[in-house]
Design a protein around this ligand. Sequence first.
Ligand code: PLP
Length: 402
Amino acid sequence: MQGTKGLFVPGPTNIPHAIRQAIDVPMEDHRAPDLPAFILPLFADLKKIFKTQSAQVFVFPSSGTGGWEAAITNTLVPGDKVLAARFGQFSHLWIDLCQRHGLDVEIVDVDWGEGVPLDQYADRLKADTTHKIKAVLVCHNETATGVTSDVAGVRQALNDTGHPALLFVDGVSSIASIDFRMDEWGVDIAVSGSQKGFMLPGGLAILCVSQKALEATKQAELARCYFDFKDMIATNKDGYFPYTPPMNLIRGLRVSVDRLLDEGLENVFARHHFLATGVRKAIDAWGLKLCAADPKWHSDTVSAICLPDGFDSGELLKRAYYRYGISLGAGLSKVAGRVFRIGHLGDLNEMMLMMALAGAEMSMRDLGVPVEAGSGVAAAEEYYRSAENGYKDMVPMLIAAE
Ligand SMILES: *Cc1c(COP(=O)(O)O)cnc(C)c1O
């Protein structure tokens, strides 16, 4: 195919040219005497992305899934009880990983399309008077259904009941794209990955760990070696790693963090909200529904869109890919075939998303989905046009709303 292909899956995301260049450098000595001068400031700046003063950042060569494993194995004991809600493929997979490690997961099943049920979390925590629950899991942004949950609300529920459980957050598809506040929300471990908001290839699990969680590592008994925080701490303090780090990715991470901080995190969040709102206008104009059941769950990083009965989203994805050269996200597991997804996170602007919307619209029409030609595209156009300065018009508004 000639011309540019379009990547609109919710991770891996588009990689800015400057980051690709930063990765494409000659191999270097990971024990060089000047490496700490590069690594230590990077750790310090990563803390700004998580909005933390007191927590510690870890960078593991791994995908995000390894970050989940690191979080639980470093803090818990086999048989420990953890509380988790299941409402999509990613919240499901984290629960599965906990169970395979021998944890006792108290699962709250919720309809796919909703997020963490705060009232049920509060009830379970209140009922747990002997504090058997050692950790509470939150999938901040369920990428399978396009649902964002209220992490601050979970912290509130913990505080209201005086419950000492650790708060673990999967922020793989939220951190560096939508608002996340490690310290303010009292998060104990936040897990992220390189291939979403950080705009890098897959290959880094980026974790942020509170002092309380670091304290818990002293009693932790789950088997771990590669993911042991202890070995990381021992070498990271001098600016090195316990084993060969993927230096190219870490060089890229430096540029990623610079870009995020130069744009300003509040601007990054406003941009994602602006782009997502345009996508939602298009979906409305098509007469289609989001998988997210209520506006309070709307994700600014991914929209999962329900096709009308009788249409297969797998066919839609194939049409979009082979005929128009764009990748849209598939429906996963329970919503396979019924839902397709548009990822709107990372290095994106309005015009790139217009390509995704036009491609989705054309593919749907090719399949006979009853959407009017140009309807979604027109709605997004008019929305994007309405802001004279693009997302920058929205920044004061968003900051005022806090
Ligand atoms: C992408 C993603 C992950 C991690 O997936 P990996 O493929 O292991 O990087 C975890 N949770 C959520 C919510 C995700 O979107």
